[in-house]
Design a protein around this ligand. Sequence first.
Ligand code: KG4
Ligand code: ZN
Length: 365
Amino acid sequence: MHLHPCSAMISRMIILGIESSCDETACGIVRDGNELLANAVFSSMDQHVQYGGIVPEVAARSHIEVINGVIEEALTQARLSWDDIDGIAVTYGAGLGGCLLVGVMTARTLAITKDKPLYGINHVEGHVYANFLTTTSLPGYVLPGSAPEFPCLALIVSGGHSQLVLFRDHFDYTLLGQTQDDAVGEAFDKVAKMIGLPYPGGPSVGKLAPSGDAHAFTLPKAKMPGKYDFSFSGVKTAVLRHAQAMCGKDFTFPSRLLPEALSEAQKADIAAVFQRVAIETVADKTIQAFEEFSPASVVIAGGVASSPELRRQLKERLPIEINYQDPKLCTDNGAMIATLGCYKMQKGQPTADPYSLEIEPNLSM
Ligand code: KG4
Ligand code: ZN
């Protein structure tokens, strides 16, 4: 049997992925779209905690300082040299402009100097592809046993995105709906701030919630004109009003004074009720889309996909088995970017010009 030299080359590949869209400077290395060889992540989160959110300038400066070291660390983890790398993938959007620039300029320079093909990656699509990683010899990872099958329904929930996407195949998908205002992770971050919990809010609300009563009060779920669209700004305001009422104040009471005015038990109830309602909102639409499109698989992606409450609700409510990715691959990382890079190379998708690839901070799916 004669294999076309090209197809033989393209079925085996090692891609290095670079991610710098927000506060994580990350580099991952992936073989053949399923094997995790390295996942090096540096987060500048410590420098933002005092501000209660990411400061773009601070994040961009941190990327510049650490990116070369993070790439070196990934190569060391994988025990590989540049000669072993078949291509470079980089997030070029969506994200913070100054942050994206650092990753893109680094990747462009490396593509030219190391003479490797370059792939521009959409960050949100990248999140979905973390689910294709099924094997690794790196310690400390629990990966799903099998890759998602098409058609695949993807719920993408992060600090910047809340969307439901139906993938018929690689590079053939439809956006079913998305948030019309805040992303679900952003709502977690804002509610956490209101009750004095540290940033990022998802994990801190998740930690406090089990000590509260998830049915202590009710919160509205937004009714949207688009069947699969989301809205989280209403529920966030409803939490604020409820918290003000809990300490006997009206709507003029400043939210920055709430952490002192609320008791620990009240904070725990707020965390529990908000988490239940926010997660139910995304789970409801996922179930509804599952019923309409009967996909062969469902995946969750993005930072909020590491929420134990989301994992619990979907496992309980979906009529099919759902595989979850290791939480370390749900938050921003370079391995997901490298994974999508592998499929781009394998499927003959166009490469990016290393002399001209531009950032697209507002890139959508
Ligand atoms: O995907 P990601 O790392 O960055 C973006 O692309 O936005 O997501 C970060 C978001 C934050 O809003 C954070 O609060 C949320 O993901 N998050 C969680 C959990 N871990 C991170 N939300 C709920 N439960 C978690 N365990
Ligand atoms: Zn992300």
